[in-house]
Design a protein around this ligand. Structure first.
Ligand code: RIB
Ligand code: CA
Length: 316
């Protein structure tokens, strides 16, 4: 029986790969997608989610848009060039969507999907946690119905926007604090594990034999690789969101440690830091798991299989 999956996302180039990974994996059934502001504004993340699903012939999956502005603070700029392009999708040539969102209230949409699901769902958040924080506030009664809650975000030992803060948490720390201190037990797939896996540009070469599929995804990944190569000097990317998605699709593919996590929201140097308490004190409530390791070769093998399933109809 496939896992019923809800995805909250800010597409976003690595979001696109994560969504494609889910759509190409028979182990999961994507029952809904909600969009949030993050990599780009909500209008763009929503447009990108709709365009991607239409391109992959999956307009059966309902999309709801959510919050653009962070939970309790004004949007901040990272100061970097737009990692995902000004439209969030590397200005890729995809037509305007012919579909529309089924709701502009993502938290209510997620709550309804969780309530209606035949079996407990897995909720994966691969953008800032703004929608999830509002879900926690408004619909606490559905939280016990969530089987697993997995995020791409945070880190125990590093950062990417600052030395200690990862983008999804840094963009909306107050939302993350609400979520980590809620009844949801969070599996945090953070930079500790996503920085340990390098996806070299050669991983995408096979796509060039698959027509428009290759054109779209190679353009996206070339743009994303260009960004990384200027910082890291190698033609590679970190597929943050797809790695978090891998743990949702294949539970246990990662080494997880049960722990306690809270979020800094007031620090001058540490704003947006996920503070992971590894002292393993007895009696301290464990509200989360932190992901530490994954077999990068296994990840790439499974990612390639899933993407090839999606690419098949496009073969030239
Ligand atoms: O730090 C990586 C995260 O920030 C990913 O989710 C990426 O899409 C961006 O949102
Ligand atoms: Ca993302």
């Amino acid at each position: 029986m496939p896992i019923s999956l809800l995805i909250d996302t800010d597409p976003g180039l690595d979001d696109a790969i994560a969504i494609a990974l889910a759509l190409g994996s028979p182990e999961v059934d994507v029952i809904g997608i909600s969009t949030v502001g993050g990599n780009t504004n909500l209008a763009n993340t929503t447009r990108n989610a709709l365009r991607l699903l239409e391109f992959l012939n999956r307009t059966d999956i309902p999309v709801a848009s959510g919050h653009d502005e962070p939970y309790a603070r004004a949007k901040q700029e990272t100061g970097n060039p737009p990692v995902h392009g000004t439209d969030g999708f590397a200005s890729v040539d995809l037509p305007e969507p012919s579909t529309q969102v089924v709701s502009t209230d993502a938290p209510a949409f997620l709550a309804q999907k969780i309530r209606e699901a035949k079996d407990p769902v897995t909720l994966v958040a691969i953008g800032p946690l703004t929608n999830i924080a509002h879900l926690v506030d408004r619909f606490p009664e559905v939280l016990p119905l969530v089987d697993r809650f997995i995020i791409m975000g945070g880190a125990a030992q590093t950062g990417n926007v600052t030395p200690v803060a990862e983008f999804n948490i840094w963009h909306d720390p107050e939302a993350a604090k609400v979520v980590f201190n809620s009844a949801l037990k969070t599996v945090m797939v953070g930079l500790d594990v996503t920085h340990s896996v390098k996806t070299y540009e050669t991983e995408w070469e096979w796509m060039n034999a698959f027509g428009k599929f290759g054109e779209v995804f190679v353009q996206m990944m070339t743009y994303y690789t260009d960004f990384y190569s200027q910082f890291y000097g190698e033609r590679m990317t970190h597929q943050h969101d797809a790695l978090a998605m891998a743990e949702a699709i294949w539970p246990g593919i990662m080494v997880l440690q049960e722990t306690t996590i809270d979020v800094e929201t007031k620090g001058e140097l540490t704003d947006g830091m996920t503070v992971v308490d590894q002292r393993d004190r007895k009696g301290r409530g464990r509200n989360s798991w932190v992901a530490w390791e994954i077999d990068g070769n296994e990840f790439h093998a499974r990612l390639g299989q899933a993407l090839r399933r999606l690419a098949a109809p496009f073969e030239s």
